[in-house]
Design a protein around this ligand. Structure first.
Ligand SMILES: CC(C)(COP(=O)(O)OP(=O)(O)OC[C@H]1O[C@@H](n2cnc3c(N)ncnc32)[C@H](O)[C@@H]1OP(=O)(O)O)[C@@H](O)C(=O)NCCC(=O)NCCS
Length: 326
């Protein structure tokens, strides 16, 4: 019997806008301080897109780096999936725009909406295409311009988010102990009201506060994030043990240092084996895991042979993880 093909990571890339917005930059417009933001979230600064910069333009830059790293050409790519909640257009998809601007063939390309878990979902879809043999090289992105959906007068939300793009190429391989070993995905729409971004066709109910911007119930989301991240990590440790392996590095969704600290404390997982860049970029939703993964690889923190756990959690509610053998 022929074993299913594995989806092996063959290249990564990331791009963040040049414009740095420091905590101090908010103090002239809202009642906040660098001390409050740092101590409550761990964030020091984030990047905001320049005028004219979009999820597509950033995704294109991240994709070109990933192609270089994978030593592939645009015409080698067979599938593009872009995880985003801030597409340039409701339609066409950001993935469609990247397909043509990158110079790919007329391959399938589509966006996927699972908020901060989006990249984990997108990776799992790519894995299925690769396992069936219909795709050899899949380009999977997370690309977000959250600065355009946050209310800069709302101190509860505006300090948390940033913009950027991360890309990863997964390639078919017959090596059985490499690539995406395991996927764990969840959703619970009962928590849909906890984080929302309206669209031009949103039908507001009398209980809703109509508006254009992202709204969030921070404390409830914090509890959800700690609970689900803890469950995902405990499960992943158990699943890795079944494979006779130990997780070398966690690349979690970058949102709040206190969420990460709380999970490391309750699970006993060593905090020096967690990739963190939220201090520099804040929460970039679907882009946060691929940007952090790319930085982990480029900096040498994640190396060939390592077992990596990618973790995401966010609006939907959605949460999920992926065990990835580099
Ligand atoms: C948003 C978050 C940082 C707030 O931290 P917190 O410790 O829970 O703070 P609270 O919401 O309890 O608010 C405490 C006080 O700080 C105030 N506050 C909120 N934002 C503030 C800011 N930027 N600066 C100063 N004070 C602020 C609140 O108004 C509140 O004041 P009050 O007690 O007078 O009402 C935190 O809840 C969080 O990170 N939640 C998860 C967010 C998340 O994960 N989102 C995306 C999911 S993918």
């Amino acid at each position: 019997m022929q074993l299913p093909l594995q989806a092996v990571l063959s290249g990564t890339g990331s791009y963040v806008p040049k414009r740095i917005v420091r905590n101090e930059d908010f103090t002239s417009t809202i009642d906040t301080s660098d001390e409050w933001i740092r101590s409550r979230t761990g964030i020091r600064e984030r990047r905001f897109a320049e005028q004219g910069e979009t999820g597509t333009s950033m995704g294109l830059k991240a994709s070109k780096i990933a192609l270089e790293q994978a030593k592939l050409k645009p015409e080698d790519i067979d599938l593009i999936i872009c995880a985003t909640i801030t597409p340039d257009w409701m339609t066409p998809s950001t993935a469609n725009l990247i397909q043509t601007q990158l110079g790919c063939r007329h391959i399938p390309a589509f966006d996927l909406s699972a908020a901060c878990t989006g990249f984990i979902y997108a990776v799992s879809v790519a894995k299925q295409f690769i396992a069936t043999g219909s795709v050899k090289h899949a380009l999977v992105l997370g690309s977000e311009v959250l600065s355009r959906v946050i209310d800069l007068t709302d101190r509860n939300t505006c300090i948390l988010f940033g913009d950027g793009s991360g890309a990863a190429i997964f390639s078919a391989s017959t090596e059985q102990n490499r690539g995406i070993l395991d996927i764990d995905l969840h959703s619970d729409g009962k928590g849909n009201h906890l984080i929302r971004v309206p669209s031009p066709v949103t039908q507001f109910t009398p209980e809703d506060k109509p508006g254009f911007f992202l709204t969030m119930h921070g404390r409830d989301v914090f509890k959800f994030a700690v609970t689900k991240f803890t469950e995902l990590l405990k499960d992943a440790i158990r699943r890795a043990a079944i494979l006779g392996r130990e997780i070398g590095l966690i690349v979690p969704h970058q949102v709040n240092q206190r969420i990460i600290d709380s999970v490391m404390e309750s699970t006993g997982f060593p905090s020096d084996r967690v990739m963190i860049n939220l201090d520099r970029y804040g929460n970039t939703s679907g882009a946060s895991v691929p940007i952090a993964l790319d930085e982990a690889i480029q900096s040498g923190r994640a190396k060939r042979g390592d077992l990596i756990l990618l973790v995401g959690f966010g609006a939907g509610l959605t949460w999920g993880s992926t065990l990835l053998q580099l």
